[in-house]
Design a protein around this ligand. Structure first.
Ligand code: FAD
Length: 608
């Protein structure tokens, strides 16, 4: 859920209002048909898994730091009215529920050594092996095909492509399982613009040469609203009752961003760019500070402003401002150019970034170069051998490759390398867990105040609210009901807290998380329980790399990115930022490096 720096109540961010049709469900999404309608008890449930422990007293486990007392007064009347309305007679049919997305048991087999052993049944020869069919792996395949190179194999653990950008399908609408939007790129991101043009998302150029986007891909107004008590207001800055001092701080924050946006480094580069490695050197030292400390130093102490900025970090990185580096925090606001100094758009689809995944896969023409439900279980980085296991048949094979593009998460790599071969110390990279739930509703969510928007965010609570998957559809054509996707990051101050959050995420069974999601939605809409039809829950144990202070330009990431023999890591996590753009550039650049290694003199499509 994006947030522009200037997304105050009166300044919603999407500048173009457009109606859209629903894209068809992707083949991947269809292939990923939910384990439904039978809401089987998970193994955890059968084993009598513990219910969610009471929230810990850590600051991260609590609601963001905005004091509710400051903001609740104005909302009291609305709260009373809605609560009264919610107390009417109701006989809701209980919703069905299913877990979707990666199966933790499958992923943990690499850690626990649960793959079949013994001789391989056959040997396969390829020039380039790509491990991982998320955005990075698909971008690598797309780049190889662009170069006319088709001697590669793409191996994906899951039965579907997409990784954290996968989509799902409810009867009412497709929906995201993770990533759900892409900000329109800065014009200097020519490689990404090229992809978007190939996918028909960029449809032309205006007189100034700026990209023009397919109207249906641009999020339609109203784009964002926030909730204080039960009262909804436009935008993502809780400005109701703002004091002159708070207004001054808001204006100062805007002016600060505008000045940084105009500034260029001594190297002539913009200060914050995508990929982040192309940013100017000028302000890289800010990576060693936390964003919270940076804001303190600027004297930006307004609770409202700090809530809005904290929300942006939790949303983009699954971290609080105290856990995010100042460079990464500013990068969120400035890397694509400051929103109000360019015609920026938020691009989204009902199935989220799964739409981009489908487009990449189609353009890469994978055919028999793709193996789904195939785990890479061991790699000899010097010989270029990969051992693979097909999950359905349990058949094992060995692939011989000249180059191996590791587009799977970096923390998995030491599990498949020979012992002692990974130069990266264990635990050097941290990942935030996330809970995501898509919910089919009988009616569109209501509320007092600002109308239902694409992005609907409560200022209280651990979750980030919900995005409306059915936002852009023509209501006349699609009838009643809606699908919303609820997002909840699970931040932690250190490795121990993150491990505890991850255990909590995986220990909860379907009934537990179904209740959790229902409660979170009920806190926003007291009468919503009777509207729930189906719930799809995805647990991401290692959802997002955390750009903590010192990561982006520090030694850990340098090591994480370095080639190991023939293996080149290239997923978004080795860039340090959990973004579509980083995965895309990681895959493209790794593919180009592999082509060079094979003696192909292919000019890079990536801008310097
Ligand atoms: C909840 C959530 C919301 C997000 N929202 C956004 C958003 O709105 N916009 C945005 O830009 N970004 C968002 N992101 C981040 C974005 O999804 C990622 O940065 C990007 O898609 C990562 O792609 P990737 O290919 O680098 O890695 P991944 O998506 O992690 O893909 C890696 C792939 O490798 C596979 N794999 C792992 N091990 C093996 C093995 N041993 N053998 C074979 N295959 C293996 C995995 O199954 C997976 O498919 C979000 C992420 C999450 C979790």
């Amino acid at each position: 859920m994006p947030q522009g720096p200037c997304a105050k109540a009166h300044a919603p961010k999407a500048s173009q209002k457009a109606k859209a049709q629903i894209p068809k469900a992707s083949p991947q999404a269809q292939a990923g048909a939910p384990r439904e309608p039978a809401p089987k008890a998970s193994p955890e449930a059968q084993a009598g898994a513990p219910r969610e422990p009471a929230p810990k007293a850590s600051p991260d486990a609590h609601a963001p730091p905005l004091s509710r007392r400051t903001l609740l007064t104005a909302a009291t009347a609305a709260t009373a009215a809605v609560t009264a309305a919610a107390c009417g007679p109701s006989t809701p049919t209980p919703p069905t529920a299913a877990f979707l997305g990666p199966d933790p048991a499958q992923a943990h087999r690499l850690r626990d050594g649960g793959w079949p052993q013994g001789p391989v049944s056959r040997d396969i020869r390829t020039q380039i092996a790509i491990v991982g069919g998320g955005v990075a792996g698909l971008a690598a395949a797309w780049r190889l095909r662009l170069a006319g190179h088709d001697d590669f194999q793409l191996l994906e653990l899951e039965p579907e492509l997409g990784g954290t950008a996968r989509g799902g399908q409810l009867p009412r609408s497709p929906h995201p399982l993770g990533a759900h939007y892409l900000p329109s790129p800065h014009p200097e991101c020519q490689a990404l613009e090229r992809l978007l043009a190939e996918l028909g998302i960029i449809v032309g150029r205006d007189a100034q040469g700026r990209a023009e986007y397919l109207p249906s891909a641009i999020v339609a107004a109203p784009t964002e609203r926030h909730q204080v008590g039960l009262l909804w207001r436009e935008g993502l800055y809780p400005d109701d009752g703002e004091t002159p001092e708070e207004a001054e701080q808001w204006a100062r924050w805007r002016a600060h961003l505008q000045a940084l946006d105009r500034r260029r480094g001594a190297d002539g580069r913009r200060l914050f760019r995508l990929p982040v490695a192309h940013s100017s050197n000028e302000l890289r030292h800010l990576d060693t500070l936390s964003f919270a400390t940076y804001l303190d130093k600027l004297g930006l102490t307004s609770e409202r402003l700090r809530w809005a900025i904290d929300y942006a970090c939790r949303d983009d990185y699954g971290c609080t401002t105290a856990q995010t580096s100042a460079f990464a925090g500013l990068h969120h606001f400035l890397a694509r150019g400051l929103e109000d100094s360019r015609e920026g758009h938020t691009l989204t689809w009902p199935e989220g970034n799964a739409r981009l995944v489908r487009g990449l896969a189609e353009r890469a023409e994978l055919g028999d170069r793709l193996s789904l439900a195939t785990a890479v279980t061991a790699i000899d980085p010097d010989a270029g051998h990969l051992e693979i296991c097909r999950l359905t048949t349990r058949e094992r094979a060995r692939i011989h490759a000249d180059a191996i593009l590791w587009a799977a998460p970096r923390f998995v790599l030491p599990r498949v390398l020979p012992p002692g071969r990974d130069p990266l110390p264990h635990g050097a990279l941290g990942y935030a867990p996330w809970l995501v739930a898509s919910v089919e509703l009988r009616t569109r969510p209501r509320g007092v105040g600002a109308p239902l928007a694409w992005d609907n965010v409560p200022i209280a609570g651990r979750g980030l609210g919900y995005v409306l998957a059915t936002h852009t559809e023509d209501r006349g054509l699609h009838g009643a009901g809606a699908v919303v996707t609820y997002y909840e990051p699970m931040p932690g101050a250190d490795a121990a807290e993150l491990a505890a959050q991850r255990s909590r995420l995986l220990a909860g069974d379907l009934e537990h998380w179904q209740g959790h999601v229902r409660d979170a939605l009920t806190a926003m809409h007291p009468d919503i329980a009777r509207e729930l039809v189906r719930i799809h829950i995805t647990r991401w144990g290692h959802a997002m790399i955390r750009p903590v202070p010192g990561l982006l330009f520090g030694p850990a990431l340098t090591r994480a990115r370095a080639a190991i023999g023939r293996v080149q890591p290239c997923a978004a996590d080795v860039a340090g930022l959990p973004l579509f753009e980083e995965a895309f550039y990681g895959g493209v650049l790794a593919a180009e490096a592999a082509l060079r290694q094979l003696g192909r003199d292919e000019p890079s499509i990536v801008e310097a």
